[in-house]
Design a protein around this ligand. Structure first.
Ligand code: UD1
Length: 389
């Protein structure tokens, strides 16, 4: 038998874990693939990392770089410096990177310069907003990757417009949705509704779910204060459950906005909820609890990338608190609406959804739970394990 092909998968931040889990599971079935998982340590809190590895049944990383937080240049640079000797040592036949976080671009750059081919999963998404750090990461990673796996047809069009040869681009579907589909049943067993005291009432749909972490929403005091005020107002009408990203918590404290939320969510939650028009804040949740909450929400408000896609599959209305999206299909075909961060618009849009003006979505092509399987088949051919055709 031909020698095994070494495939390295690099991950670093929370949204990478659900995507790489699907890829890992598809590739590990092949006896000819020797897999190596590297965690940069961009995210390191238990709730931001370990919980996901456990719930998604990802193995312990073979290598953990323990990079941690820092400025963009500091974090990206440190990842590159520490990742290089790992690649030199292991000499993979291929590196797989996923998504658009700093770890994605840092690892891709290292491998490419060492002559290792790079496959980018979730390539070609563009917000056309270069103020977003992720947009820079996406542009650079795509430019230097050898294989570009896309989730929606717009992404392929973006890549071709940028001059990337069509034979490197593969429309395979959405690996994050593979993971969602594989875990839906398990998520139904989550006790999170009970823990939060949410009553079963018309399938629980009597609360809103909120996440906020984009620098453009949380790093400016005026913007964050406006959002917290309007969402606190909304919580007079229905509970607004708010698992708080560490970056956002840091800013809330720095800006002295603690009074807008009911934040004593140390060990003590679920007692953190308040019925007096404050947000029900929680520490970041694990994958299954969050999926369960999302599946049954009346409304999701978020500035995340992935949540726009997950709510589309779940058929739950999503108001995206951003001026643009790199995932246009969630608007064209899904349940997503872009509303920006102006408090009045947020309030009006939430009222509309709660008043029954709910977008009816459909399932985008290839978001069928088999995207990682398609990647597997393409890699077998690319790595010479199987003939094409
Ligand atoms: C990163 C990604 C973003 C992704 C998000 C999901 C980049 C440029 N951004 O943003 O695309 O949507 O992850 O969560 O890569 N912190 C902790 N504990 C942790 C991780 C972070 O306390 O485990 C705090 C630190 O104060 C850190 C801040 O959060 O400085 C920001 O973390 P960082 O990894 O720089 O970016 P995110 O905002 O998490």
């Amino acid at each position: 038998m031909a020698h095994k092909k070494r495939i390295m998968i690099a991950v670093g931040a929370r949204p990478n874990f659900m995507k790489s889990a699907a890829v890992w599971k598809a590739l590990k079935r092949h006896p000819g693939f020797d897999l190596c998982l590297v965690h940069t340590g961009q995210h390191y809190d238990r709730e931001m990392s370990d919980t996901f590895f456990r719930e998604l049944e990802l193995p312990e990383p073979d290598i953990h770089l323990g990079i941690g937080s820092g400025s963009h240049a500091g974090q990206t640079g440190r990842i590159m410096i520490d990742f290089e000797p790992v690649v030199l040592d292991i000499r993979p036949d291929l590196l797989i990177v996923v998504g658009d976080v700093n770890s994605t671009v840092a690892c891709a750059m290292v491998a490419v310069k060492l002559g290792i081919p790079v496959a980018h999963v979730e390539a070609g998404l563009r917000s056309f907003d270069r103020r977003m750090p992720e947009e820079i990461n996406r542009l650079l990673t795509d430019r230097i990757s050898d294989l570009l796996f896309t989730t929606e047809e717009d992404a392929g069009r973006n890549l071709r417009r940028e001059g990337i040869p069509g034979d490197r681009i593969f429309f395979v579907g959405n690996v994050m949705i593979d993971t969602l589909r594989a875990n839906r049943e398990k998520a139904e067993k989550s006790r999170i509704h009970e823990r939060l005291g949410l009553k079963e009432n018309d399938g629980y749909r009597d609360y809103a779910l909120l996440t906020l972490h984009r620098p453009s929403n949380v790093d400016d005091k005026r913007v964050l204060e406006g959002l917290l005020s309007v969402l606190s107002d909304l919580s007079h009408r229905l509970p607004v459950i708010f698992p708080v990203h560490p970056r956002t918590l840091k800013r809330i404290r720095e800006f002295g906005l603690d009074d807008r939320i009911s934040f004593d969510a140390g060990e003590g939650w679920p007692e953190t909820r308040a019925s007096n028009g404050r947000l029900w804040t929680l520490p970041p949740l694990g994958y299954l609890d969050f999926l369960s909450l999302m599946s049954h929400a009346a409304l999701v408000l978020s500035d995340s990338g992935g949540i726009q896609e997950e709510t589309t599959i779940l058929g739950v209305p999503c108001l995206t608190l951003r001026p643009n999206t790199e995932r246009p299909i969630t608007i064209q075909e899904g349940t997503n609406r872009l509303i920006g961060n102006d408090p009045e618009t947020v309030a009006r849009s939430a009222r509309e959804i709660l008043g029954g003006d709910v977008p009816k979505g459909k399932i985008p092509r290839f978001w069928d739970g088999r995207a990682a399987e398609r990647i597997f088949r393409i890699l077998k051919i690319y790595l010479g394990m199987e003939k094409s055709g």
